[in-house]
Structure formats: structure tokens, C-alpha cells
Write a protein that binds this ligand. Structure first.
Ligand SMILES: Cc1ncc(COP(=O)(O)O)c(C=O)c1O
Length: 389
């Protein structure tokens, strides 16, 4: 076993042999960089859905709340309640659809819901009446993403109808861009023009609520005229690019997440011997392999493409054979030749820096055939999150 590992007391060691390290300092730093770019008066809504894009929702929200995030957004009521129960006091907006049967729970936890049609709104109003409270809502307007929301042309009528439902307080209206992370802003600008026309109609009829919002991270960074009353930022807070080629972060942002593990076993592989299920990799020469305690049930993908390699001793160790549910085998033959024996307990970096080498979420996403959002948010909750300064 690695001497350094043996010297650590149990209390100092991570609760599993693979873990995520999240830098609170990086989160706070990125928040300040984003805030500095916001138009005067615009608030920052930190998007912490999907376990804060894999960074751990509760600790991430606590850190950002302390650092001055004005509001939070999540995808589901369950995510909002988890934050409330952890002591997050700032307003929390559920961005997705919440069914009326969850209204009482939303009210009990003072969570703001998204609404985009009258039928659900009416049911929410009735539920709020039943407990003698008012439910705060934001109306989602579809200006061209065509995913969720009332069509922009139908939105003024919905806002007018909502004025008759006194169980609801319409605090906000919002839309979401489909292409703000692309260099060509034509569609995003067309969406914003539609949203502004809608806001103008609301203003004329005295129905404009206090908060109108449209910008995600990409728009916060590249379309400052869309900041309105607040910007909803997720990916940039985590120090990751909204798009790897068309919308990279300006200098200064820092990735907040590193994914690490330790080697669990080092073995010899003789020519003709195969590794893992299906015997897909067969050695054609004597090799040294290291086994890692990570698998597809941790969010380390199996198919159709794998991560490619991880870092051991500051060098790339290629994956051999199939990634299993909880374990993966890598080739350390060249690493041992260059740096000396690899041992049980040696540090493995799956995302992050080791020596002169690094693997970014963006780099991994290219090999896996996806984007960096998917890479970090798929790291399952069973991988413990450790928070460092
Ligand atoms: C409605 C909505 N707003 C804001 C965001 C945050 O986007 P980003 O992480 O690109 O800043 C998302 C994330 O997908 C979203 O769905």
C-alpha cells in the first residue's frame, strides 16, 4: 500500500475510494466574476438543479448563498425542499412543471413555482386557498425554445386571466434561449425581441410583474442587453464553458470540481490474457494494469464511448476493456516505465489536474461524445462530495 495513504488516519480519509472535490473558493470567485458582468440592478439566480450540476446541491447552495447569490433555481420541487430543509432561505424557483397535488408542499416550504397554463394555475390557486396562503409563481413563456411555456402570443391573455386567481402572486415572467451559446445570435435575438414585445404589452396593460428574466450563463456573458431583472446562471458558476467552441468562459473563471480515486489493485497481465467482461481487450505483450473503484454506476460511462484515460503519476492511463458497474481497469505499463511502480492507494484523477497533466470536463465530453453539462451532472450521488477551500 502507498505509504502516504497508510499514514492518514481514518478520519482524514474520504468515505469512499472515489470522491469529488469541490472548491468553495472557485464557486465564490466565479460568482463574483459573473456579478461584476451583470447590468446594474440585475440579480443573480444560481441554478443548482441536478445536484448543482453534480457539485452537491446543499453545500453549493450554502456557499453561494453566503457569497451573495440572490436566488436559486432548481428543476423539481423535491430539489427545492432539499435546499429548504438544509437552511437555504433565499427564494427558490422550480423551473419545471409542478403538478397541483404538490401545491401544499410548495406552500409549506415557500417555494416559487413555474406556471404556463390556466388549468394548473387554477388548481394551484384552489390549493393555496384551502390553506389560506398565496403561492408565488413565475410564468414561463415560450419564445422559440419550444420545450416548456405558454406561446408568447398567448401569454398576455394568460397573465390577464391570472389576475382573477387571488391564491397566486405572479412575481415573474421568464423565457429560455435555445442558442445563446452559439456565435450566431440570430435566433436568440429573435427570441429576445419576442419576449420584449410581450413585456411591452404587459407594461401597457399594467400587468408586468416585478421580475422578468431570460439570460442563462451564455447570455449573461455575451448578450448583456438580455439581463433584465435577473440572470439565471448555472454552468459558468461551476467554471465550465457554456459551449466548448462557441462560448468559452473569459479568462479568470475556475472549474470548481475535481473527480479523484485511488488505485485499488495493481496486476500483471500476460500476453493472451484478457481484461473485464466479454474479454474485449487482450494483451499482446506483458502489461501492468491498475484497477480503479469507479464504474458506470458512478457516472463513468461504459458505452458507446468511454472516458478514454485517467491520470496516474501525472500521466494518462488508458482504459482497458469494458467499464464495469463499479470498477475499471487501466493500462499503467508505460507509466511504470516512466515514473516507477504504481501502487495500491496511488491517486487517480478522473477530472482535474495532476502534475503537468489535466483532464477537463470539456475534454472528457469530447471523448464521451457529449457536453460538459452531461459529464458533471451524471456523476452519481453515491460518489461522496468533499468541500475544500
Ligand atoms: C430554464 C433554465 N434556465 C437557466 C438554466 C441555466 O443554464 P446555464 O447552465 O447554461 O447557465 C437552465 C439550464 O439548463 C435552464 O433550464
Amino acid at each position: 500500500m502507498n505509504d502516504e495513504l497508510a499514514a492518514h488516519s481514518a478520519a482524514e480519509r474520504p468515505p469512499r475510494t472515489t470522491w469529488i472535490e469541490v472548491s468553495r473558493g472557485a464557486l465564490v470567485h466565479n460568482l463574483h466574476l459573473l456579478r461584476n458582468r451583470l447590468m446594474p440592478g440585475a440579480q443573480l439566480m444560481a441554478v443548482v438543479k441536478a445536484n448543482a450540476y453534480g457539485h452537491g446541491a446543499v453545500e453549493t447552495a450554502r456557499t453561494l448563498q453566503q457569497a451573495g447569490a440572490d436566488r436559486f433555481a432548481v428543476a423539481t420541487l423535491t430539489e427545492a425542499i432539499e435546499l429548504r430543509q438544509a437552511g437555504i432561505m433565499r427564494p427558490i424557483l422550480v423551473l419545471g412543471y409542478t403538478p397541483p397535488w404538490q401545491a401544499a408542499s410548495a406552500l409549506a416550504h415557500a417555494v416559487t413555482l413555474t406556471v404556463f397554463e390556466l388549468e394548473t394555475a387554477t388548481a394551484l390557486h384552489t390549493a393555496a386557498h384551502a390553506v389560506g396562503q398565496r403561492l408565488t409563481i413565475h410564468v414561463k413563456v415560450n419564445t422559440g425554445m419550444n420545450r416548456l411555456g405558454v406561446r408568447a402570443e398567448d401569454a398576455p391573455a394568460l397573465l390577464a386571466a391570472l389576475t382573477t386567481l387571488d391564491g397566486l402572486t405572479v412575481e415573474g415572467v421568464f423565457t429560455h434561449f435555445a442558442t445563446s451559446d452559439e456565435l450566431d445570435k440570430t435566433h436568440a435575438e429573435a427570441q429576445f425581441t419576442r419576449f420584449q414585445a410581450f413585456l411591452e404589452t404587459l407594461r401597457r396593460t399594467g400587468l408586468r410583474p416585478p421580475l422578468a428574466h431570460a439570460a442563462n450563463s451564455a447570455a449573461l456573458l455575451t448578450m448583456p442587453h438580455t439581463h433584465l431583472d435577473l440572470a439565471r446562471s448555472g454552468i459558468a458558476l461551476y467554471g465550465l464553458d457554456p459551449d466548448m467552441t462557441q462560448c468559452t468562459l473569459p479568462a479568470g473563471f475556475r472549474p470548481a470540481l475535481a473527480w479523484k480515486a485511488i488505485v485499488t489493485q495493481v496486476s500483471d497481465l500476460a500476453p493472451g490474457e484478457a481484461v473485464s467482461y466479454g474479454r474485449e481487450f487482450i494483451a499482446d505483450r506483458p502489461m501492468r494494469t491498475a484497477t480503479l473503484p469507479i464504474g458506470y454506476a458512478d457516472g463513468f460511462p461504459r458505452r458507446p464511448q468511454t472516458w478514454g484515460s485517467v491520470l496516474i503519476h501525472g500521466q494518462h492511463a488508458p482504459i482497458l476493456g469494458r467499464v464495469c458497474m463499479d470498477q475499471t481497469v487501466v493500462d499503467v505499463t508505460a507509466i511504470e516505465a516512466a515514473t516507477g511502480p504504481v501502487r495500491q492507494g496511488d491517486e487517480v484523477v478522473i477530472i482535474g489536474r495532476q502534475g503537468d497533466a489535466s483532464i477537463s470536463a470539456e475534454g472528457a465530453s469530447v471523448r464521451v461524445g457529449t457536453n460538459n453539462y452531461d459529464i458533471v451532472s451524471r456523476i452519481l450521488a453515491r460518489v461522496p462530495r468533499i468541500y475544500v477551500d
